[in-house]
Design a protein around this ligand. Structure first.
Ligand SMILES: Cc1ncc(COP(=O)(O)O)c(C=O)c1O
Length: 341
């Protein structure tokens, strides 16, 4: 494999693991070499989006060992999502064990330490499985762990991107599903994302859906900003609780920065030194140009520029710390990594 050519896209691997929740209990783990699955066309996942998923990564360390980054946090977040959908969730132990088995069965797809920005991405997925017509939580589920080797999400790691605020679109409703990792949230973001892509923007930034005065998050990542020595990130009920963001807050505090998680008014955008996206896919993506418009299709623009198109110094330091822990180059003093081989 040419690890340097990997992007954030699908590559067929050796196996897909699955277990079914049926008649009130989980079946034993099955390992399938094909990644097509057989299910009823009436399954709740297909009609009512009774589906939630997770994303985490396995890394090959400098010392040759394999590390998962905070898998228990992903397991807990899936349990929250499943509870929201009213379906059975895997236990933390079952979730983590299947992630470990998936890495072991697909070990030749785990990029070597030298492949900068590359990793084996794991996609645990839980779907409502039984045939149904009525709108209700599915009683049977299928839990799968899929994997694919990946490189940087967009362009290269730390390439700065341009993003746009979508004032006339929301990805989440007030008191809605925004803080859960359910597939429906992503379907809801596609229209605005497609319009933004056509205009050359890589990412869409959403505002709080009730007042449209505060920053929420990007389509597939949290928002953070650096102001002086402060790490600032939005506090909102309609954003996904990002495990990367949580980790960045801890690292920022550890490195002597002040950390503020609070409502972030849009007017504050002009005061930031650095702005970025954060998430599992690339840890940090710096934002160079952020455009605000009265509505997405409008030509009227307020433009905010951050840095010179490269990653700002504080964001870079945070990025290096997290990726250093993930690849075993920096001591894991927070107990975040699970060494699995
Ligand atoms: C909407 C959204 N927000 C934030 C994140 C970042 O979360 P995490 O850091 O747990 O990957 C993701 C996923 O990566 C996401 O899809």
């Amino acid at each position: 494999m040419d690890w340097s050519k990997l992007t954030f896209s699908y590559t067929k691997t050796n196996t897909l693991l699955c277990r079914y929740f049926r008649n009130g209990e989980w079946t034993p783990v099955e390992s399938h070499t094909e990644d097509d699955i057989k299910m009823s066309a009436f399954a709740g996942a297909l009609h009512y989006s009774i589906e939630c998923f997770e994303g985490l990564k396995a890394f090959r360390g400098k010392d040759g060992s394999i590390r998962l980054f905070r898998p228990e946090e992903n397991a807990k977040r899936m349990q929250r999502s499943a509870e929201y959908l009213g379906i059975e969730a895997p236990s933390i132990e079952m979730f983590v064990d299947m992630c470990i088995q998936s890495v072991r069965e697909n070990i030749e797809f785990l990029p070597p330490f030298e492949a900068t920005g590359a990793s084996l991405y794991l996609r645990p997925t839980l779907i409502g499985f039984n045939p149904q017509l009525g709108v209700q939580s599915s009683k049977d589920c299928m839990f799968m762990v899929l994997c694919s080797p990946v490189g940087a999400y967009v362009g290269g790691a730390l390439d700065a991107v341009d993003a746009v605020i979508a004032r006339n679109y929301d990805r989440a409703a007030p008191n809605g599903s925004g803080s859960y990792k359910v597939g429906g949230n992503y379907a809801c973001s596609l229209k605005s994302l497609n319009v933004a892509h056509e205009q050359g923007y890589k990412a869409v930034l959403y505002l709080d859906p009730s007042t449209k005065t505060k920053i929420d998050e990007f389509n597939s990542s949290n928002f953070f900003a650096i102001k002086g020595n402060k790490y600032i990130t939005p506090k909102s009920d309609s954003i996904l609780p990002s495990i990367t963001n949580m980790s960045l807050e801890t690292v920022a505090a550890h490195l002597g920065m002040e950390v503020e998680r609070r409502p972030v008014p849009v007017e504050e955008l002009s005061t930031f030194d650095e702005v970025g996206e954060c998430g599992t896919a690339v840890v940090i993506t710096p934002v160079h140009k952020l455009v605000d418009k009265p509505f997405l299709e409008s030509d009227e623009e307020t433009v905010y520029i951050y840095g010179d198109g490269t990653c700002g110094p504080k964001s870079l330091k945070l990025y290096q710390y997290i990726t250093g822990i993930q690849k075993g180059e920096i001591e894991d003093q927070f107990g975040w990594v699970k060494v699995i081989g």
